[in-house]
Design a protein around this ligand. Structure first.
Ligand SMILES: C[S@@+](CC[C@H](N)C(=O)[O-])C[C@H]1O[C@@H](n2cnc3c(N)ncnc32)[C@H](O)[C@@H]1O
Length: 245
């Protein structure tokens, strides 16, 4: 599928996506991924940070609130960037751009780069790795949240007749491919790749892997978001912590 066809899907999704983000209703973000993502970012005060595929700017605002000196959010979807600009503060800025081609950014500009559920959407995630490596300062970090490859492979539940979840079906893991599904009423495409494909590319690009996190739900968050109970059984997401030596 071409980049422009993929972008049309995001344009169609953007209004519902922005509404949900602004209402703070997304349990996966609030109860599962944000805490380990923020912990992986660590102290951001004074840093220059880039968010690849920032959507409506949610995580950029969090970095800015935590004292990052300069936050640039980029996204190919214009309505997402328009929405992000509506809420921007002094240190967060937004631009329509393709994360696979960052030629408007000089070498060694950023201390920290985020990719929060964006690499699964890319035709060429390796181009994004190369560009992020180039724009990171030496010692800079790249924190990536992605779909867990075990779930992107197939990932639906086998259920009994009364609907009880028995187990997740895992199949066609080694078949890297487009996945087609429906999200917020829009037909939607992203990509399944194996763990080996992702990790090999990070290492080949020159990154060190300083950590891998498989987020699960804490008892407190499970109480707030009971719909996250699956997360105690199977991993939905993975966070890669990378560093440019
Ligand atoms: C799953 S959303 C995540 C948004 C945001 N990071 C968040 O956590 O709310 C993925 C985002 O990646 C953007 N995207 C997809 N392909 C892109 C590309 N090639 N360059 C820049 N952004 C892209 C989409 O427009 C969408 O906003």
């Amino acid at each position: 599928m071409t980049e422009s066809a993929l972008n049309r899907e995001w344009v169609a999704l953007s209004a519902a996506w922005t509404k949900e983000a602004r209402e703070g209703r997304n349990a996966n973000r609030n109860g599962l991924l944000d805490p380990p993502m923020l912990a992986a970012c660590g102290e951001v005060r004074g840093l220059w940070a880039l968010d690849c595929g920032c959507g409506e700017g949610r995580f950029c605002r969090k970095l800015a609130e935590r004292g990052a000196a300069h936050v640039l959010g980029i996204d190919l979807c214009e309505p997402m960037i328009d929405a992000a600009r509506e809420l921007h503060g002094e240190s967060d800025h937004y631009r329509v751009a393709d994360v696979q081609e960052l030629n408007f950014i000089g070498d060694e500009t950023f201390d920290l780069v985020i990719s929060y559920l964006n690499q699964c959407d890319l035709v060429d995630f390796e181009a994004n790795n190369r560009e992020v490596f180039r724009v990171l300062k030496s010692g800079g970090r790249f924190i990536i949240a992605n779909l867990h490859p075990m779930r992107s492979a197939v990932g639906h539940w086998q259920r009994t007749e009364d609907g009880t979840k028995e187990h997740i079906v895992l199949d066609r893991y080694f078949e890297e491919r487009e996945r087609h599904w429906r999200m917020m009423g829009v037909d939607f495409t992203n990509f399944h790749r194996s763990l080996e494909t992702y990790v090999s590319s990070f290492l080949a690009t020159g990154f060190s892997i300083t950590g891998i996190i498989e987020p699960t739900v804490t008892p407190a968050n499970l109480e707030r978001y009971p719909e996250l109970d699956d997360e105690l059984r199977v991993p939905n997401f993975i966070i890669y912590c990378l560093q440019k030596a």
